[in-house]
Design a protein around this ligand. Structure first.
Ligand SMILES: [Zn+2]
Length: 208
């Protein structure tokens, strides 16, 4: 824009306001609509949800062979690592996978940038909380542990994380020791060893 300076050193611009435009996306095909509504859930699971009547008002989904372009592009990654001696917990809270995911861009309305995710290996139940900054991880974990243990009437045994600074600080380690939580750290630069939670992060971010 280029305008002349007026006498009182103001730069006045006359802008014409355009009439507002509202954009709306619309899907006519119910299968595609519900695919999008459920955060790009695969069609196999969608049809399972509908056949078992697990979602109110979900129509019958029949063509499970639909291929979604967005899913194809957004969800493709490297092949999974060969799973060596994949240990599976035998009771709730025996093994908890945790990870901090972020920074998320754009941040949420309440300026949260990180997602702290904990998954129970046995049930694959997930606890997820939003954080402003990384340094809230420790206090969030302390609080969540108490709540989770109360909720499940079980005691947390092992915690598996990567070697991120938020999980390896002295106070974090000390607290885990005091609480008799066994630590299980994955090898550096090998997110594949933290597969359970890394996979779930992808699902979450995909849905966002
Ligand atoms: Zn999709």
């Amino acid at each position: 824009m280029k305008v002349l300076r007026s006498r009182n050193r103001l730069y006045k611009i006359n802008l014409k306001i355009d009439s507002p435009v509202c954009l709306m996306s619309k899907l006519d095909e119910p299968a595609w609509l519900w695919h999008a509504r459920m955060g790009h859930l695969n069609f196999e699971s969608l049809s399972q949800l509908s056949s078992k009547d697990m979602v109110r008002n979900l129509p019958k989904i029949t063509h499970v062979t639909n291929v979604c372009d967005a899913c194809q592009i957004g969800k493709q990654t490297r092949l999974p690592f060969p799973s060596h001696a994949s240990f599976r917990a035998t009771k709730p809270l025996e093994l908890i996978h945790a990870d901090l995911c972020g920074p998320l861009t754009p941040e949420t309305w309440s300026s949260n940038k990180y997602m702290f995710v904990m998954i129970d290996d046995f049930s694959r139940y997930m606890w997820c909380s939003l954080l402003n900054s990384k340094d809230q991880t420790f206090s969030k974990f302390k609080r969540s542990k108490g709540l989770i243990e109360a909720e499940t009437c079980q005691k947390m045994v092992t915690l598996r994380t990567d070697r991120g600074g938020e999980f390896t600080s002295r106070e974090f380690n000390q607290w885990c020791e005091d609480q008799s939580i066994r630590r299980n750290l994955t090898a550096p630069y090998t997110p594949q060893q933290n597969g359970v939670v890394e996979r779930r992060n992808r699902t979450l971010v995909g849905m966002i």
